[in-house]
Design a binder for this molecule. Structure first.
Ligand code: UT7
Length: 331
């Protein structure tokens, strides 16, 4: 039997502070009705002062280690998917590695926005399947709340995002379970359709007062364009990923989609004619937590006892870049 990368344990962490749509309507011109109608979001979690992306990652990673029955010292490699790092450099993974009490374990960041976790799985599984590393921590962690602008100018994105982290541990298996296939794609042609222009090294000194006044540090999105591409790419990549390992939609026990907008996921599920009982969503409670979304959702489905060992799971994402991808695994 081929060597495959199997999920040994999962964990997640959401900061305790709940921010409802009504809370947001107190500080800017929006409403619970607008947000729920367009996105399905009712509330999200925001960090308190002092907490950073690497702290969220630490909590989720500790939970994943405990669920796998492992200790940090058992890890051979750390991969963190995030585009909301504590600092410009080094990446979140260096701070996470230090907070886990490790001193030489290799640690890398991966920046592929909302598809980051699927890219991270594709990367980590290659290390496990090749035999290079045995135990790989794969974490998605995002802290959006400090980077959003709660004003008319930023409201189209400010209402959509939340903070959180999710993690899993991959290890080798020859039992026929584990990751069966994973496919990731990118289309840089549409990079500016969902992006944050500055700060960046395209500009002397990263940014300046004039650029800040223009709001070039506020996430900018062509919402309808993103929506249209997400509902086309997600079913397409999921079906192709399944077909490549001779599987079909009926074989899938659990569909996990990136949680950017409930309306996107409803359209994707409808296109696929997926059994609603097999489609899991948590966006109403979390908002969009980008690269943290899929591992948070996975851990919740596991913790709620909905996902059993041996069942077939798909994880499918789409995001800025554009990037998209899908992973199918037997849990
Ligand atoms: O991980 C991937 C990331 N993102 C996505 O996948 C998002 C994909 N796109 C979407 O989810 C939707 O396009 C949105 C939810 C972002 C927006 O929905 P929409 O139906 O495309 O709305 P819109 O952008 O066309 O805006 C409609 C109106 C505008 O007012 P006018 O010009 O019609 O007067 C906006 O100014 O809604 C206004 N608006 C708001 N009103 C209240 C925009 N943001 C808000 C807000 N509250 N937060």
């Amino acid at each position: 039997m081929a060597l495959r990368a199997k999920v040994l344990g999962t964990g997640s962490y959401l900061p305790p502070k709940v921010v409802t749509n009504d809370d947001l309507a107190q500080i800017m011109n929006t409403s619970d009705e607008w947000i729920q109608q367009r996105s399905g979001i009712k509330e999200r979690r925001f960090v308190d002062d002092g907490m950073m992306t690497s702290d969220l990652a630490l909590e989720a990673s500790r939970a994943a280690l405990a669920s796998a029955g492992l200790e940090a010292g058992d890890l051979d490699m750390i991969v963190v998917a995030s585009f909301t790092p504590d600092h410009y450099f080094p990446g979140v993974s260096s701070f996470l590695q230090r907070k886990l009490g490790l001193d030489a374990t290799p640690a890398m960041d991966l920046r592929c926005q909302c598809t980051g976790f699927v890219y991270a799985l594709q990367t980590a599984r290659a290390f496990v399947e090749s035999g290079i590393y045995q135990r790989v921590l794969v974490c998605g962690s995002e802290l959006h709340s400090r980077g959003l602008e709660f004003s008319d100018r930023g409201r189209d994105t400010a209402v959509l995002f939340g903070d959180g982290a999710g993690a899993l541990i991959l290890g080798p298996s020859e039992e026929g379970d584990g990751i069966l296939n994973c496919r990731v794609y990118a289309q840089g042609e549409h990079a500016e359709r969902l992006w944050m222009d500055a700060p960046g090294l395209a500009y002397q000194g990263l940014t300046n007062a004039e650029m800040i006044a223009e709001g070039r540090q506020v996430p900018a999105m062509d919402g309808r364009f993103v929506f249209k591409h997400a509902v086309a790419r997600m079913p397409e990549v999921l079906l192709a990923t399944l077909a490549e390992c001779d599987l079909g939609l009926d074989d899938v026990d659990h569909f996990l989609f990136h949680q950017a907008n409930l309306r996107i996921n409803e359209m994707v599920a409808k296109k696929l004619q997926a059994d609603p009982a097999k489609v899991h969503n948590n966006i109403h409670k979390t908002g969009n937590t980008s690269a943290a979304t899929l591992p948070i959702l996975l851990d919740q489905v596991v913790s709620e006892g909905k996902l059993k060992r041996g069942e077939l799971v798909t994880m499918t994402g789409f995001g800025s870049g554009f990037t998209w991808g899908s992973c199918v695994f037997r849990y």
